[in-house]
Design a protein around this ligand. Structure first.
Ligand SMILES: [Fe+2]
Length: 226
């Protein structure tokens, strides 16, 4: 059974460094009194859409590129998708279950009613889960989302906290020309809220495989009890 990312040691190290750097930067920002707290924009809820998997896959880990012990990775631009789950004051939330689902590189979801079903990439997991620790960080290895008929590229999110109503939202690619024509995206009327779900997908420094990284922080409208 696959338990975690299977990376060569160099990549694993790179990834840890990336994380350490980010954590340090994050800590520095939060150390400035009052510098950040008031600017947190609550992540706007978005429609769940019709394609949350109707049958959950057997493999639901945070690596969507490889299904179980498959040898062939998914087709697409590999992206390290990460961020933090925060409460309204900017404090990290632990034990938040972050779920993502998205279509494969051919626009097909892991769903019996998906469009383009006959071309679905069997090597793409399509759905993944991550439970946050004390830093509130989450991480997925997935693909850069692609458009499908009627939608600009997006990744669906559900954030589940024990005893609370889940937050359902979507994350978008900064600068994608399809965004301005997308009714669901434009349905977020507040410009700052719209910006908060729109993130750059940028080359991962040092990656010889042309991988990307994208960071999407999620701000919940609640302050969970300790
Ligand atoms: Fe969708």
């Amino acid at each position: 059974m696959k338990t975690h990312f299977r990376l060569n040691p160099a990549m694993a190290l790179l990834d840890r460094r990336l994380f350490l750097r980010r954590l340090t930067l994050g800590a520095a920002l939060f150390a400035l009194p009052g510098a950040f707290a008031e600017e947190l924009i609550r992540t706007p809820p978005q429609t769940q859409g019709p394609f949350y998997p109707d049958h959950l896959p057997l493999d639901t880990d945070n690596d969507l590129i490889v299904v179980n012990d498959g040898l062939t990775p998914a087709v697409g631009e590999i992206t390290w998708l990460n961020g933090r789950v925060l409460d309204g004051r900017g404090e990290p939330i632990r034990n938040a279950l972050v779920e993502i689902w998205q279509c494969d590189n051919n626009g097909a979801y892991l769903h019996s009613q998906t469009g383009n079903r006959e071309n679905r990439d069997k090597n793409f997991q399509g759905f993944g889960r991550f439970l946050t620790g004390s830093t509130g960080e989450y991480l997925f290895r997935t693909i850069k989302p692609v458009p499908y008929p009627g939608r600009t590229p997006h990744i669906h999110y559900a954030i589940k906290l024990k005893g609370r109503k889940e937050l359902i939202t979507q994350c978008y690619i900064e600068g994608h020309p399809g965004n301005e024509k997308d009714g669901i995206y434009k349905g977020i009327k507040d410009e700052k809220a719209r910006k908060s779900v729109t993130v750059p997908f940028v080359p991962l420094k040092g990656s010889r495989l042309g991988e990307l990284t994208a960071r999407f922080d999620i701000v919940m409208g609640v302050t969970p009890e300790a």
